[in-house]
Design a binder for this molecule. Structure first.
Ligand code: PLP
Length: 344
């Protein structure tokens, strides 16, 4: 069930391009981005590289392809990349690290998505004859499955210092780094300075139909172009999509604070209902725990769907509801009312 009248909280990827964004797409100047240059893509890549304080950025069709390109760039087959145990790169990218890079992921548990440098240090292999070499550390910020939690700058800096000590590169999966920045007041560039490469998405809270960028040093990003082409990610008159991205940067970043406020409101209301628990989220992802005897998350999700509200299961006993620019105050009220009825 999707469409008009439905409150869709499954993800912040479900947004539809607004009329202003569609006009920007229609008006975008385009070229052939594989044969030569597409001027709008060029503008977008330069702007995002500037925001992240990196030399260069490259536009990708998806965050997964950009993350996997980073893995291909930083690692070698038969080595290991450290990542957080609930991270997207570990759970939701089809074991691509193994499939494409020949790399084993080494998951490290954390409290709330905030990898501790001491835990990462323990996971780095000793460099002897008996273990694979560690070639990369991946960090996710905000952390999706930990309820859109912001990994604070100090924690990112501690990982970065450790990685520098051990001569390891850091890749930041910043699909929702915009949210982390707006929620914490830390600049994108300060977060990005803790990593060699950064993936950042336009297709989530920013409301674009497609697109993520990978930013980093000029030589790596130049190499990333070849990897993207090899992965089938070369796109032609893609200024149409970059135009949406530029429009989103002008219009949809600061407003993320509204999504965060609505998420906190939804969590408060859910937590007040008998049988449901929800911690206040840092950003736009609300994790609702179902703790009522005889009721599971699937039954609650079905009950919500019957009332025109969509959420996703986030594992046993847990539902995920994500606020975004197509959910207004009325949408939150409808979700709260549907939750009240579904658990009654
Ligand atoms: C944290 C995180 N990283 C990466 C991705 C992958 O992005 P895409 O769906 O564009 O491949 C997602 C998608 O939801 C995500 O939440």
């Amino acid at each position: 069930m999707t469409g008009a009248g439905v409150v869709d909280l499954r993800s912040d990827t479900v947004t539809r391009p607004s009329p202003g964004m569609r006009r920007a797409m229609a008006d975008a100047e385009v070229g052939d981005d594989v044969l030569g240059k597409d001027p709008t893509v060029d503008l977008l890549e330069r702007r995002v590289a500037g925001l992240l304080g990196k030399d260069a950025a490259l536009f990708f069709p998806s965050g997964t392809q950009a993350n996997q390109t980073a893995l291909l760039l930083h690692t070698r087959p038969g080595t290991e990349a450290i990542c957080e145990a609930e991270s997207h790169v570990f759970h939701y990218e089809y074991a691509d690290a193994a499939w494409l890079s020949g790399v084993q992921l080494h998951p490290v548990r954390s409290e709330g998505g905030e990898l501790r440098a001491s835990d990462v240090a323990r996971a780095v292999r000793p460099g002897d004859r008996h273990h694979p070499s560690t070639t990369l550390v991946c960090v996710e910020n905000t952390h999706n499955m930990h309820g859109g939690s912001v990994v604070p700058l100090a924690a990112m800096q501690a990982i970065s210092e450790l990685a520098t000590e051990r001569s390891l590169p850091v890749h930041l999966d910043g699909a929702r780094l915009w949210n982390a920045s707006v929620a914490s007041g830390t600049s994108l560039a300060d977060f990005a300075a803790c990593a060699d490469t950064v993936m950042i998405s336009l297709s989530k809270g920013l409301g674009c139909p497609v697109g993520s960028l990978l930013a980093g040093p000029a030589d790596l990003i130049s190499h990333a172009w070849t990897v993207r082409k090899r992965l089938g990610g070369g796109m032609r008159q893609v200024g149409i999509l970059a135009g949406a991205g530029l429009w989103a940067l002008d219009n949809n970043v600061e407003r993320l604070a509204e999504d965060h406020e609505r998420a906190r409101w939804l969590a408060r209301e859910a937590d007040a209902l008998d049988g449901l628990r929800a911690d206040p989220p840092d950003t736009n992802i609300v994790m609702i725990r179902v703790e009522k005897e005889g009721l599971d998350e699937a039954a609650v999700a079905d009950g919500l769907e019957a009332r025109g509200v969509l959420v996703l299961s986030a594992g046993p006993g847990r539902l995920r509801a994500v606020t975004h620019l197509d959910v207004d105050d009325h949408g939150v009220e409808r979700c709260v009312e549907a939750l009240r009825e579904a658990v009654a």
